[in-house]
Structures are given as C-alpha cells and as structure tokens.
Write a protein that binds this ligand. Sequence first.
Ligand code: ADP
Ligand code: MG
Length: 342
Amino acid sequence: MEERTEIESLGEFGLIDHLTRNIEIHNASTVLGVGDDAAVIDHFGKQTVISTDVLVENIHFDLMYTPLKHLGYKSVVVNLSDICAMNAVPTHITVSIAFSNRFSLEALDEFYEGVYAACERYKVDLIGGDTSSSQKGFFISVTAVGEVAPDKFVKRSTAQKGDLICVSGDLGGAYLGLTILEREKQIFLENPKVQPDLENQTYIIGRQLKPEARLDIIQYLAEKEVVPTAMMDVSDGLSSEILHICKQSQLGAVLYEEKLPIHSDAKMMGMQFGLDPTACALSGGEDYELLFTIKQEDYDKLTLSEEISVIGYMQEMEKGVNIITRGGNQHPITAQGWNAFK
Ligand code: ADP
Ligand code: MG
C-alpha cells in the first residue's frame, strides 16, 4: 500500500519546513526568502510586475483526471504566463494552499514536486506563501513577481491602428484536451471497468494538463528588439482576448480564419468530436499563448520564427472586430471565452 502520512503528525510549522526544505534560489534579486514575516526582493533598478490567481477544486481543476504534480506545475505556470504577458521576466512566486484532511503529506509532496519543477524550468524562486486547512476541497493561490526594464512593460490598451496581430504557438488544443478528459471521466463514472482511451492524444491532453508560459517568446522579442504595442496571454480564448485588446485600445480588428494556428492533432480531434477547430481556437481557453500587436515595420524582424503567426490587423473601432472566414465571409467576433462561472 502507498504510504500515507497525516498532516496532523507534522503540525503547520513542521509542514511548512517540510515543503520548503529544499528550496533553491536562482535570482540575485532574492534578498530574503521563506522563514520571516515577509520576503524581500531587490530588483536593481528594474520595475516590478505582480500578478495573482486563485484556483479552486472542481471549479478550476478536477482531481479525478489531474495528477497533483501537473496541478502544481500548472498553478505556477498560469501565473508566470501573466507576467510574460506584461513583457516581464518572472523571478519570484509565493504559493498558498488550503486543504482538507483528505490530503496526506504524500499528496502535498506531489503537488510541490510540480511547483518546484516549474521553479527550476523558469528559474523563479519560491519565496513564501501561506498554509491553511479547509473544510472541503483544495484551494491554491499563487502570486508571481517579475522584472522589466523601466517603462518597457506592455499593456493591453496601447495597440495602434494598422498594427499586426500576432499569436504564439497554436490554439484550441487545451480545450480539446479538456473535452477528452471530461469524456473519459463520464465513461469511467458510468463504467469504472472501462480503461481510458487516451492514446494518440498526448499532444492535446498535454496542452490541458501541462501548459507552458511563453517566456521564450518574450526573450525572442527582446533579442529581435521588437517591443509589442499591446499584449496579453490567451487564457480565456482568442475571441475574448482580442476583444479586450480592442476595447482597451479603443480600436477594431480583423482576423483571418485561415491564419489561425491550429495543431494537426487538434484539427483531427475536433473532427472526431464534431467540434469546429476554428471555434475551439476562438472560444476554447487555457492555451496560455501570447496574443500581441506589433508595428508593421517590425514584421521583417520576426519572419524567421515559426512560433509566431500573424493572424490579422488592428483597424478603426467603427469597423468592428471581425473574422474573415476561409470562404471570404465576414463575421463579428463575440465574447465566448471559457467561463469559470458558467
Ligand atoms: P505568518 O504567520 O507570518 O503568516 P507563516 O508561519 O504562515 O508566517 O509562514 C512562515 C514562513 O513560511 C513565511 O516565510 C511564509 O511565507 C512561508 N510559507 C508558509 N506557507 C508556505 C507554503 N505553503 N509554501 C511556501 N512557503 C510558505
Ligand atoms: Mg501565514
């Protein structure tokens, strides 16, 4: 049988010591980490960017098909993605958890394995958090901190008319991954003897369970000396995000269906589920890619990258926010982003 250590046997401080015993520091800016009333960061003349998120069991994640290690990794990554979306480099996180006695020390260790894997992968330092019990369910709150050269952060509200709209990676996969996992869960609930059929679906399931923050894109843009005019990450779905940029920049936009980057596995799964891959790319959430606008004259600096697609351009607000389909028809884009409250 698997080992099960009750949290009670360690107590709160014993647990915190246990969870933070092997912390590795990657940044000189970490002046003081875990162990005091607060952490201290010195960003040496840079500006500091901060973002925080709460994740609630059965609202944001389902432990029936989410391994705790993946959950720990993803909880960190989605926050790092917000920092990257500001054109900043993530440096520090705090992780707060509340859990019921359903969770053993071994379970929390698994979760923290994922947290530390993300810290290692992105070279960020875990510098604190909070630990509490809950009556029911698992609650996670991660705060991420990053640094950016003075006034080089990029907002959503500063796109200009004529700017090219770019997106990193591919879209719609995470939503299709979630659809598969939900389907297998239903099959399992109806007949626990049926083995899940997840073969050949590793790419899109990975997109759902183990997303990455596009720090590589931020670094690439910096290398090419391209500063996006506006940027945000794609957490709710492309339509919802482009509407945010348009509204906040007081502009309209045109997207081209044929330009949307959709992975071949996502296209195949979409067909199989009777879901239009374009609709998944527009309305599916959690891809954690970067959506950004650039000046037209910066286009040539970026053509070498396969990881960046140009999908449209910004136009006058009066012309609306539209998508041109493969057939040449124009449709207004409406907000149908993934909604945790539905
Ligand atoms: P306080 O009473 O000031 O809130 P705590 O006893 O909660 O302090 O925390 C002691 C130290 O351990 C602090 O540095 C805090 O940031 C850190 N810490 C607490 N919980 C966690 C956690 N789940 N993960 C990482 N660090 C934590
Ligand atoms: Mg505390």
